[in-house]
Design a protein around this ligand. Structure first.
Ligand SMILES: [Zn+2]
Length: 390
């Protein structure tokens, strides 16, 4: 069995996350891939379980029990891919050319998933002395709202939830994303929320009788832009991830040109630095604005909570994994990332988490997505060695 064969099978099974698009065809959602994974674990003869997270969409878990092991490693990879709009290659007909496999998800993250599956199957077959217990989780909905990994963490944080496959928090989570065999030990998170100003509507021919919510927002925006400029001096950055940022991405308000608008809202994206408490982000902005503005506004509840991956508790694990990486593939780096991963959601529960996988993030979500098969095989070997000698 070759990891490339597993990958080709995974790519041939569409598992597109619609990410807000209308669901128009059979390529959407993870159900068929979930079925394949169930069959994969069934044929290995290991305990496995599918836990429904959203209607018809679930996480697949399987467990390798290692005699005498004290450590449990969680190997997580997401099942879903981004949509296929504009792709210049057949998305679901994997093609191998010049040592690369092309297709949607080849890089993000069916390559990483194939490496996990291959390593897991080899553990089951060879049962190496001294290996860890290994729980493999194939999560749904990573590309959109991360409901899969949030549900997964409840298995060790919520006493009302139980799975025989993972009864306590794992010692480490290894999360697959295309890192080029480097280890991501830290990444930023994002808090996103709306700010609303209100006014009083009236006919635009007599604007003095109303109160224009768009003008109020314009004042607020000037202060917010200054806040964004000052932010790097107010909040310390992270050595691997850089400083915090704030950006306003959308604005909406007004009904018609002949009506003084009674409401205006903006959408704010604040990138949170590892080690920063995301719950302080919105109050900090609010205090700054209230001290400087004579404008009434409301902060609406965030729809993204700003979970980051911090390197405060995963360093020893990164060192151990790096030993195996160097033995198989040569020197690599510990890095910070600008993109988010499932690792932040797991780390929020106190479990050390690191991100590792084959492929480059530059090829993720692209119109001709591919992965280097030599690197895929190296990743599979590294994951196996890490689980066998944790
Ligand atoms: Zn991914």
């Amino acid at each position: 069995m070759d990891p490339a064969e597993i990958l080709a099978q995974l790519v041939a099974i569409p598992s597109v996350n619609p990410m807000g698009r209308e669901v128009t065809g059979p390529e959407y959602f993870e159900a068929r891939l979930t079925e394949f994974l169930q069959q994969f674990f069934h044929s290995l003869g290991v305990p496995h379980e599918t836990i429904e997270v959203l209607p018809g969409r679930g996480n697949v878990l399987a467990r390798y029990e290692s005699p005498g092991a004290q450590t449990t490693l969680l190997l997580d990879a997401h099942q879903d891919t981004v949509p296929v709009d504009g792709m210049t290659i057949p998305p679901f007909e994997p093609q191998v050319r010049d040592g690369r496999l092309y297709g949607r998800g080849a890089c993000d993250v069916k390559g990483g998933l194939a490496a996990h599956l291959w390593a897991f199957a080899r553990l089951v077959r060879e049962r190496p002395q001294g290996a860890a217990h290994v729980v493999i989780s194939c999560t749904c909905d990573e590309e959109s709202t991360a409901q899969g990994v949030l549900d997964l963490t409840r298995l060790w944080t919520d006493s009302r939830r139980r799975s025989e496959l993972i009864t306590t928090a794992p010692e480490l989570a290894l999360v697959a994303e295309p890192t080029g065999l480097n280890i991501i030990v830290a990444h930023k998170g994002a808090v996103r929320w709306k700010i609303r100003t209100r006014g009083r509507a009236c006919h635009s021919s007599r604007p003095g009788e109303g109160n224009n919510a768009i003008y109020r927002m314009a004042e607020l925006l000037q202060s917010l832009e200054r806040y964004a400029d000052e932010l790097p001096r107010m909040v310390a950055g992270h050595p691997l991830c850089g400083g915090p940022t704030l950006s306003v991405g959308r604005i909406a308000g007004g009904l018609s040109v002949n009506t003084v608008p009674d409401e205006c809202t903006i959408e704010v994206d604040r990138r949170v630095v590892p080690g920063e408490d995301p719950s302080t982000v919105i109050p900090h902005v609010e205090t700054y604005l209230r001290e400087r503005l004579d404008v009434d506004f409301e902060m609406l509840p965030p729809w993204l909570d700003g979970a980051t991956l911090s390197d405060h508790n995963n360093g020893d694990w990164a060192t151990r994994l790096m030993t195996h990486i160097e033995a198989v593939a040569g020197p690599r780096e510990r890095q910070g990332a600008w993109y988010g991963t499932n690792a932040s959601r797991i780390a929020t529960t106190g479990v050390p988490a690191i991100v590792f996988g084959p492929g480059s993030i530059d090829q993720a979500h692209t119109v001709d997505e591919w992965i280097d098969l030599a690197e895929l095989r190296q990743a599979a070997e590294i994951v196996y060695q890490f689980c066998a000698h944790p």
